[in-house]
Design a protein around this ligand. Structure first.
Ligand SMILES: Nc1ncnc2c1ncn2[C@@H]1O[C@H](COP(=O)(O)OP(=O)(O)O)[C@@H](O)[C@H]1O
Ligand SMILES: [Mg+2]
Length: 555
């Protein structure tokens, strides 16, 4: 509505100009001016200008609020799609690529959104109004303009399409620069220790240069838009002056008409130019929107099947039946793997690195689906179990012990959000973490920092272990969960865990022999296959892979 008012004021403005012009002409001819009209004209102009200014201001405020709200929704939708979507997608792209979507792509979208909301309707209505008025004053002149302007808009639109493509390339590359920066700052310790500053500097510089090169391309295209429209405006103005001079000469037109038309052109030209640059910005925003819709439209592969069953009262039986798995990039990880784990059993997975142990955990958690074969939990194919109840039956501790930038208390409670402080402490005691937590200045309220950087590796792992313990899940998955602990602390954790795992199914990947030998059963995995299985004593009796691994560690 404000856009229409703004446009109407602008057209009326041209009307007043024409009116004043005719009064002027009359004054020139009669050498007399009607005082009243000479005052009304200028006052009218001031009033219209003020009216236009006010409605422009109100329109901009409304639009800004609307666009910001819409952007919040868009951001949230994109974040949700990424967070809820496949794990595979999150691991396929460097994290910086995703981060830049939320910062740089958002800027492009905001720019385009604001410009579009604030200018598009206003410009269109103003142009329609101005041309309507010109048509009323002199239809032949208007026809000339209606031919000149579209000719100029052809190249502007072609430029717009090129801008979209180039903007997309530039946005993708920002993602790479973001990753590079993240990595550089996160690995500051190694960079310093290995004096890799020069390597980092050069790598960053190359990224920056490429970034500016891609941006310059976009800017060069954008820079061409204004001059094209400028020349068009000049040509139009020249045509009008020539045509009007001739018309006034023959008496077919008045000075007032000429002023009115020049006024209308004066009003329409900036709006036409705004539309031209708006197209360029809109294409840039469009490129960002394309990238976003790629995410929103991407189908999630791992989700609940129709009629998915809820796992209830989980016993904890895990069966792999001829499971083969290749990672999306094609790397083979599991090769026709079969095994059965009884409820309550503690099984250790042993094998060289790259054997496929972590992959087994990824498949049990259904972070990926097997390429072929089947995984059953309590006899139910895991693909037909609801994801929430499947993962709810499991507690994972991984080597990296991912902690969130929050308090220790909160990090433990992530295992079971409704847990109270007594349960949190009990879990911390079981994980042999209570002691060091109490020594921290703020105890359980201490902030762990980004990724837990305020804690040592071993402390982080014990907090992660407490998080798994508090979950009280029937299936415990420990993937090198105590690798960062010293032997003494690990021994303490082992004692606590033995009690905890009594009536739970536990799968343990560990390199320390002391951890592995107490398992009920050991599965030796090599190249994605089970090559030996049995207890420590049984396996030591055969002269196989396990015995060799043990002897290597003892020497
Ligand atoms: N995200 C991934 N993308 C591609 N290949 C992977 C990925 N994770 C692991 N692999 C490959 O799968 C194989 C098994 O890896 P993994 O299960 O992590 O071994 P382990 O835990 O036994 O050391 C390795 O050859 C590894 O290179
Ligand atoms: Mg592993």
């Amino acid at each position: 509505m404000f856009a229409v008012i703004t446009a109407a004021c602008a057209s009326a403005y041209a009307g007043i100009l024409a009116f004043v012009g005719n009064q002027l002409q009359a004054a020139i001819e009669t050498k007399e001016s009607e005082f009243g009209w000479i005052v009304v004209g200028p006052i009218g102009i001031v009033l219209l200008a003020s009216g236009r200014a006010l409605s422009l201001y109100l329109m901009t405020i409304c639009n800004n609020t609307g666009v910001q709200r819409a952007l919040v929704d868009v951001q949230a939708a994109q974040f949700n799609a990424l967070t809820d979507g496949d794990y595979q997608r999150l691991t396929a792209v460097a994290a910086g690529g995703f981060v830049s979507r939320f910062i740089n792509d958002l800027n492009a979208l905001r720019d385009a959104g604001l410009r579009f909301a604030n200018n598009f309707t206003k410009s269109i209505f103003t142009i329609i109004g101005a041309f309507g008025y010109m048509l009323y004053l002199d239809w032949r002149l208007t026809l000339i303009l209606l031919i000149v302007y579209p000719v100029a808009f052809g190249p502007v639109i072609a430029l717009g399409n090129r801008i979209r493509k180039r903007a997309k390339a530039a946005q993708t590359q920002i993602g790479e620069v973001t990753s590079l920066l993240n990595e550089g700052f996160q690995s500051a310790r190694i960079v310093k220790a290995y004096s890799l500053e020069t390597y980092q500097r050069e790598r960053a510089k190359l990224g920056f240069i490429e970034r500016s090169r891609l941006f310059l391309k976009v800017l060069t295209d954008k820079a061409a838009v204004d001059p094209i429209l400028e020349v068009t405006g000049g040509v139009a103005m020249a045509g009008i002056l020539a045509f009007s001079a001739w018309q006034i000469g023959t008496g077919a037109s008045t000075l007032g008409d000429l002023l009115g038309i020049i006024g209308a052109i004066g009003i329409a030209t900036p709006e036409l130019r705004a539309l031209g640059t708006l197209n360029a910005v809109a294409q840039e925003g469009g490129a960002a929107a394309d990238r976003m819709f790629d995410v929103l439209d991407d189908k999630t592969l791992i989700c609940n099947t129709p009629g998915a069953v809820e796992l209830a009262a989980v016993q904890g039986r895990i069966s792999f039946k001829n499971v083969s798995f290749n990672y999306p990039d094609g790397s083979p990880a599991l090769n026709n793997l079969s095994f059965e784990i009884e409820p309550g059993e503690t099984v250790a997975l042993v094998g060289p690195s790259g054997a496929g142990k972590s992959t087994v955990f990824n498949l049990i958690l259904r972070l990926f689906d097997a390429t072929s074969g089947e995984i059953l939990i309590d006899g139910a194919p895991s693909k037909q179990v609801s994801l929430l109840s499947l993962r709810g039956a499991m507690a994972l501790v991984s080597q990296d012990a991912a902690l969130f930038d929050d308090t220790i208390k909160a990090n433990i409670a992530f295992g079971r959000l409704e847990a109270n402080i007594d349960e949190i402490m009990a879990a911390a005691i079981a994980a042999n973490a209570h002691g060091f937590i109490m020594e921290l200045k703020d105890g359980y309220d201490s902030q762990v920092g980004e990724g837990g950087r305020n804690l040592s590796g071993g402390q982080r792992q014990r907090v992660a272990l407490a998080r798994a313990i508090i979950r009280q899940a029937p299936i415990l998955l420990l993937d090198e969960a105590t690798s960062a602990l010293d032997s003494e602390n690990e021994a303490k954790v082992q004692v606590a865990l033995r009690e905890f795992t009594q009536d739970r199914t536990s799968l343990i990947v560990a390199h320390r022999l002391s951890t592995v030998r107490k398992a009920d059963r050991i599965l030796v995995i090599e190249d994605g296959q089970v090559v030996e299985t049995g207890s420590h004593t049984e396996l030591m009796a055969v002269n196989g892979v396990y015995k060799r691994l043990v002897e290597l560690q003892l020497n």
